[in-house]
Every structure is written in structure tokens, then in C-alpha cells.
Ligand binder design. Structure first.
Ligand SMILES: [Zn+2]
Length: 300
């Protein structure tokens, strides 16, 4: 069964009118239910993560400042969010969602969190709408519990997974692969195990060819036993921030490529959502929904 993490808390923690597209966290599960891709039984409600798993990835000093709402003004500004207790709580539920999805992925082959992909959170700071890094926390959880030995992070959000790259720069058991816009945020990029810098206006065919080639090469070389997929949809041509030229169909083929490689090689996969900033919310929801539709189609 496709287990999906979702909580009411995912959709409520920002003041009305904030530029971050919060509606997708309500509209996406609604759409998936409405069209019959999933039913209520597919969803589970994450709880708040035990902080020991946070400080297994993030610096304790950073976590303490965050949880006690003591970040400095400039630290808060970099996150792009107004800091609040509710926001930290939301983040903790998202972290638990991703960890729990990893456990479900081990059981069912694939599992997905309707949030997360917070790849701009570093060891000791947050930025770009990310406070804690669910990809890194999940990977460290799997390693600590000996549930995986070689984890591949496939980060296909249009922005580089800079936080994840920094966190795992000295961890050979985690391979960080990021395909992103060369001229997009972050301007200073960290070093992933493999970075693929894409020129502006990269189209479907070019993108898919590159992804296919690199994925196959990494799989052959690194031989992962777990995949964490950051499936951001800010690669769409309609995205306000993306600078890419992918169609919704191209983005769907991207997801199909990643999921079918995982399925074919019997590597459990956890997907988290990442960014999406198209003008029309329906484009964002449609592209994210495709990831879930493909999982249902391929696995169940
Ligand atoms: Zn992004």
C-alpha cells in the first residue's frame, strides 16, 4: 500500500498572505482523494519527531535556538518564514513524516510525504523556507538504525540541495546527487557528490536524457540500498522562480524515470515534495499529484 504522510499541521503555520504557497498542502491530498488515486486508508498522520533525531543531524546549539525561538533577526530572515512555535511544530511533524515514510518504504517499496524536501537546511542554520533538513534526518535515522548502508539522495528540485550537500560532505554512506539550475538560488553552491548544473530554459528532452544517464551511472557505481527522492516541481516552465522549460508531462516522465529505476532495482524509495512556485496553483498540484499517481501505477 502507498503510505502517505499528511497532517493538518502541514498546511497551517504562516500568517495569511505569506508568499510561500501553503495551499498545496491542502489541495494535493484533496485532489488525490477526489480523483480516486488514493483513499483515506493511504494516509497516516505523523507526530512530532523525537528531538534526539534532530540533533543527530543538526548542531545542538542551532536546534536549541530554533526551538526556543531565539534565532537572530538575520537568521530568521534567511529562512524566509516568520518564526513561531507553530512553525517549529509544523517542521517537527514534517520530519517525523519523512522518517516514518522511510520505514514504510522499507515495507512497501515506496512511500511519500506531502511536505518536506527541506534541502536548504544546513547543520547549523536554515534558509530558503527550510528550518530542518528532513532528507538528512531521515538518512541519518536509517544509518543509525542499520536499516540502510548506502543511501542515494536524488534531488531534482530546481534549486541545489546545498544543505544536504553540506551535511553529508564527509559521509561516504550517503551519495548526494543534485540536478539544478546553474543560475538559480543558491548563488553560492555547496559541493554534492554529483552536481549537474543546468542552463536556463533546459527542456524536457535534454533534462530527461541527462537524468537517465546520471542515474544509471550512479546506480552502477554507488549501488545504493535506499533512495531519497526530492521531487520539487519548480522545474516547470510555468514556475516563477525556476528558469527551466519543463512541461508538466516532462516532469511526470522525470518522476517515472526515478521511480521505475528504484522499482526495477528493488531499492526502497522515500519521496518528499520540495518546491513549486507556478503562478497557477493548479499547475503545482497537478505536477505533484503525478508523483503519487506514478507510484500507484508502478507499485500497487
Ligand atoms: Zn526549489
Amino acid at each position: 500500500m502507498l503510505k502517505i504522510a499528511w497532517s493538518e499541521k502541514y498546511a497551517h503555520a504562516l500568517p495569511d498572505g505569506h508568499r510561500f504557497p501553503m495551499e498545496k498542502y491542502t489541495l494535493l491530498p484533496e485532489q488525490l482523494l477526489y480523483e480516486g488515486t488514493v483513499s483515506e486508508v493511504n494516509f497516516f498522520t505523523p507526530q512530532s519527531i523525537d528531538p534526539q533525531y534532530i540533533v543527530n543531524t543538526h548542531k545542538e546549539t542551532y536546534w536549541e535556538k530554533l526551538v526556543s525561538l531565539q534565532l537572530s533577526k538575520s537568521e530568521i530572515r534567511k529562512t524566509g518564514f516568520p518564526l513561531s512555535r507553530e512553525l517549529v511544530e509544523r517542521e517537527m511533524h514534517i520530519m517525523h513524516g519523512s522518517v516514518q515514510c522511510c520505514l514504510y518504504a522499507l515495507e512497501y517499496g515506496v512511500s511519500m510525504n506531502i511536505a518536506g524536501g527541506t534541502h536548504h537546511a544546513f547543520t547549523d542554520r536554515g534558509e530558503g523556507f527550510c528550518l530542518l533538513n528532513d532528507i538528512a534526518i531521515s538518512a541519518n535515522y536509517l544509518l543509525a538504525h542499520q536499516l540502510a548502508e548506502r543511501i542515494l539522495v536524488v534531488d531534482l528540485d530546481v534549486h541545489q540541495g546545498n544543505g544536504t550537500a553540506e551535511i553529508f560532505q564527509h559521509e561516504s554512506r550517503v551519495f548526494t546527487f543534485s540536478m539544478h539550475g546553474a543560475h538559480n538560488y543558491p548563488m553560492h553552491k555547496e559541493k554534492s557528490d554529483l552536481d549537474v548544473d543546468l542552463p536556463d530554459q533546459t527542456d524536457d528532452a535534454t533534462y530527461l536524457k541527462l537524468l537517465d544517464r546520471h542515474l544509471k551511472e550512479i546506480l552502477a557505481k554507488f549501488q545504493p540500498d535506499f533512495i531519497i527522492f526530492q521531487s520539487g516541481v519548480d522545474v516547470l516552465a510555468t514556475d516563477k522562480l525556476g528558469r527551466m522549460a519543463l512541461s508538466i508531462e516532462g516532469c511526470k516522465q522525470r518522476d517515472h524515470l526515478v521511480l521505475s529505476v528504484a522499482k526495477l532495482n528493488q531499492i526502497p524509495l522515500m519521496a518528499c515534495m520540495g518546491g513549486g512556485y507556478s503562478q497557477r496553483i493548479s499547475h503545482i498540484v497537478e505536477a505533484h499529484a503525478n508523483t503519487f499517481r506514478i507510484a500507484q501505477e508502478l507499485y500497487f
